[in-house]
Design a protein around this ligand. Structure first.
Ligand code: PEP
Ligand code: MG
Length: 576
């Protein structure tokens, strides 16, 4: 028996045989073809591309994926249809007399390298997409049309170094009951996808893929971030009981999703969803959410050469407000750059997370910012819309952004367009400087939303997407808890509403902590709302306060987490 510790990214327990997946690297031959074979090779290439496009479109249509993953597949189709790539591959076949497989590999490799050399997180991801597509075409060419993972016959735990978007989308949800991977952190594709599939998952396990043989029995404990390989019979029995208890619990939790979000002693909460496109608002309502606490609008910025128009902004926000039917909708202005959408090669950021991104970029490019502000103001009469600026580090940035908001109001008035001028205004508190100067920023805005994902990254100097330092990414670090208490305290003193919209809101282990610290308004991945609501409905506010104050004083985040787990165990044994 071997136990491995990783990062829990999707709750639940799975016990099944391991199904190891390789990195999908395929071997290709460089043996030259005779000149009379050229046409046949070009035809094979075109046919493989067509089948690959059909396969990607079928995956895309299956609809069972988060929108950000769906967008990746749209981009895959674009790359598959890119005329330059087609020309380059066919030129290689014709001029160098190389087989289709080798020509595809060398053209795609060159393309991926060019993207990697740009040294930007976004382009590094795109380079991965290019390799993913290359493998898809090669599988077609080599006749391996049936992806291994699409034809599983029994329940399995997928064990891999990492999963590509294509692999995750092709997983048969009926058969995949757990995921354990070496790489990734809380915000990686695998994590997002596993959460949306509701499959227990642990990532950042370092070397699990090298240590598990095909068919070995594996336990994935997605609640605690543990993977046990070849458990002894006692351990297996223990986890079997836990699994059953958790499953029946999950059913109960889902049944209670439309009950009021309140504690045992009647304190009202607001549990909202984080969304990435207007249609996601439906998922929030289906999960029993009270509104949208964070609308990430970057999906509108598909092409840096053609930023969205005011009309496109307006339509998207109005549609979302209508779905929500009067429930709150917090629209965050573009948070481009860093781990989000790229801003075009022209910017060539050396350190994208600290560079000209997010609100800084919008202030630098008002012709991109103003249409968004105008679109939001115009949509505001259709719902309970609020506007929020991301990645604020100084008071001056907020003041400058407000100048543009004024300009947007003036232009709309002059153009005679219907809008709401007195829209509530907030900022994300996601840099240490914003948290430490919350009292000064409070003079400028109506509400704060603490973005713990970035606050942790910037405070602890840990890249949020890098599994090699994932162990240092600690939401319960005393520095984070001190900043959070400081912001909450300022909120009370200055009468500014404080909510939280980072991933920790969707992790039940932090629910008592957040409530006990005084937060009443949390926004999370829609799928996590029922579970967090269940935790909140099982505890009194007094008990949450006791658990929070016992947990907060610790120097070691591991100790804090242990305290929180014990507190959670007491109110809901099955989760802790
Ligand atoms: C955050 O930083 O906590 C947040 C919610 O925003 P995002 O994950 O989009 O950066
Ligand atoms: Mg953020």
């Amino acid at each position: 028996m071997e136990m491995k510790e990783g990062i829990p990214v999707s709750p639940g327990i799975a016990i099944a045989r391991a199904f190891p997946l390789d990195s999908e690297e395929l071997v290709v031959s460089a043996r030259p073809i005779p000149p009379e074979g050229v046409e046949e090779e070009c035809r094979r290439f075109r046919e493989a591309v067509e089948t690959a496009v059909e396969e990607v479109e079928a995956l895309r249509r299956s609809g069972a994926m988060p929108d950000e993953v769906a967008q990746i597949f749209d981009a895959h189709v674009q790359i598959l249809r890119d005329p330059k790539i087609h020309r380059d591959v066919e030129a290689k076949i014709r001029q160098d007399l190389l087989p289709a497989e080798f020509s595809v590999r060398s053209v795609f490799l060159r393309h991926a390298r060019r993207l990697e050399q740009l040294e930007d997180g976004y382009f590094a991801e795109r380079a991965r997409d290019v390799r993913d597509i290359e493998n898809r075409i090669l599988r077609m060419l080599q006749g391996a049309r049936q992806n291994q993972i699409a034809c599983l016959t029994e329940p399995v735990v997928i064990v891999a170094r990492d999963l590509t978007p294509s692999q995750t989308a092709a997983l048969d949800r009926e058969k995949v009951c757990g995921i354990a991977v070496d790489l990734g952190g809380r915000t990686s594709h695998t994590a997002i996808m596993a959460r949306s599939m509701g499959v227990p998952a642990v990532v950042g396990l370092q070397d699990v893929s090298a240590r598990v043989e095909e068919g070995a029995l594996v336990v994935v404990d997605g609640n605690h971030g543990r993977v046990i390989v070849a458990p002894d019979s006692d351990t297996r029995e223990k986890y079997e009981l836990l699994r059953r208890a958790y499953e029946s619990y999950r059913v109960q939790v889902e049944e209670g999703r439309h009950l009021p979000a309140e504690t045992l002693d009647g304190h009202q909460l607001r549990l909202c969803g984080n969304i990435e496109c207007p249609e996601d608002a439906e998922k929030v309502l289906a999960a029993g959410g009270d509104g949208v606490g964070l609308f990430r609008t970057e999906f509108l910025f598909r092409d840096p050469r053609r930023p969205p128009t005011e009309e496109e902004h307006y339509e998207a926000y109005r549609r979302c407000a209508e779905i929500l039917g009067g429930r709150p909708l917090v629209i965050r202005t573009f948070d481009l750059g860093g781990d989000k959408m790229h801003l075009g090669p022209a910017l060539g950021e050396r350190n994208p997370f600290m560079g000209l991104r997010s609100l800084r970029f919008c202030l630098w490019q008002p012709e991109i910012f103003l249409p968004q502000l105008k679109g939001i103001l115009r949509a505001a009469p259709h719902g309970e819309i609020r506007i929020m600026f991301p990645m604020v580090a100084t008071v001056d940035e907020v003041r400058r952004a407000k100048v543009y908001l004024d300009q947007a109001r003036r232009e709309l008035r002059r153009e005679g367009k219907d809008h709401r001028a007195d829209i509530p205004l907030g900022i994300m508190v996601e840099t240490p400087s914003a948290a430490l100067t919350a009292d000064l920023l409070a003079e400028e805005v109506d509400f704060f939303s603490v973005g713990t994902n970035d606050l942790i990254q910037y405070t602890l100097a840990v890249d949020r997407g890098n599994e090699r330092v994932a162990g240092l990414y600690q939401p319960a670090h005393p520095a984070i808890l001190r900043l959070l208490s400081e912001v909450i305290e300022v909120g009370i003193r200055k009468d500014v509403k404080v909510s939280v919209c980072g991933e920790i809101c969707g992790e039940p282990i932090y629910t008592l902590l957040l409530l006990g610290m005084g937060l009443r308004d949390l926004s999370m991945a829609p799928a996590m709302i029922p579970l967090v609501k269940r935790v909140a409905r099982s505890v009194t506010m007094e008990r949450a306060r006791e658990v929070a104050s016992a947990a907060i004083g610790r120097a070691d985040p591991v100790e804090t987490e242990r305290c929180l787990r014990e507190g959670l165990h007491e109110v809901l044994p099955v989760l802790a």
